[in-house]
Ligand binder design. Structure first.
Ligand code: IPE
Length: 247
């Protein structure tokens, strides 16, 4: 089983409010279908959730509940709209996908639902969402990747992004890491963080990547804008960064 995250920066245009990258997402769906492996799919929110969640400060907990109630509804609505578009792409490619949203919160039943779907030959799809966990917060697709990697027999986790992989220094192309151990990644990101690399969205992701690799699952980070790379990664050929699992 392979767990794949379609990043919000690939399936949407983060510069434009609620802009779905239809052509790219349909191609990625075709690549998943033609690789022919058992998969679990997670996707990000991109411009369908981040701007709304930020506007209503949903990642800060309840700070202005009256106003935030509208933000919770709007953010969840936005990610559902995006999810439907992703589902359309997957179904168009012939993938028997079913949607399992994290809202209103994640508990054991979330995993149970995904397991039941897998058992019956379906492909569960979940996504970054707003959650009510006693307070209000945002669960990212990266955290959902950690949960799937932990709860299922997963051989590999693939993060589909809009960059070629993890860079020691994102401003220098030649510093792309092609392969490393999770221990080596600890050192690299210590350096990377000094440059406050938040614009690429990679810094936060690396925490989840390390978590997954430590739990014994190999992680690949690839560029989904380059045709063929997702299919290759699913088949074990990675043109990006491969983080070897902790042996
Ligand atoms: C964010 O999910 C969810 C919301 C903002 C509602 P992600 O953090 O996984 O989304 P991307 O991939 O970075 O866009």
């Amino acid at each position: 089983m392979i767990v794949i995250k379609l990043g919000g920066s690939v399936i949407t245009d983060k510069e434009k409010d609620s802009h779905f990258n239809k052509r790219i997402t349909y191609r990625l769906a075709e690549e998943i279908a033609s690789a022919g492996k058992k998969v679990l799919i997670v996707h990000g929110a991109g411009s369908f959730g981040h701007p709304q969640a930020k506007r209503y400060r949903l990642n800060e907990g309840f700070v202005d509940k009256k106003r935030q109630v509208e933000g919770i509804s709007l953010t969840h609505f936005s990610v559902r709209v995006l999810n439907l578009k992703v589902m359309e792409a997957l179904r168009h490619a012939g993938i028997p996908a079913v949607s399992i949203p994290p809202f209103p919160f994640i508990d054991e039943s979330f995993i149970e639902k995904a397991k039941v779907a897998v058992k019956d030959g379906l492909v569960p799809v979940t996504f970054g969402d707003v959650v009510l966990d006693g307070n209000v917060s945002i669960i990212s697709g990266d955290i959902l990747m950690e949960i799937f990697a932990r709860e299922f027999e997963v051989e590999r986790a693939i993060f589909v992004t809009n960059v070629d992989g993890i860079y020691e220094d994102p401003l220098r192309k030649e510093t792309l890491i092609r392969e490393c151990t999770v221990k080596e990644l600890e050192k690299v990101f210590f350096k990377g963080n000094a440059g406050a690399d938040v614009t690429s969205g990679m810094a936060g992701k690396v925490k989840s990547i390390k978590e997954i690799a430590y739990s014994g699952v190999e992680v690949d980070v690839i560029n989904g804008r380059k045709p063929g790379r997702l299919k290759d990664a699913i088949n074990g050929i990675v043109a990006g960064t491969r983080v070897r699992k902790n042996e």
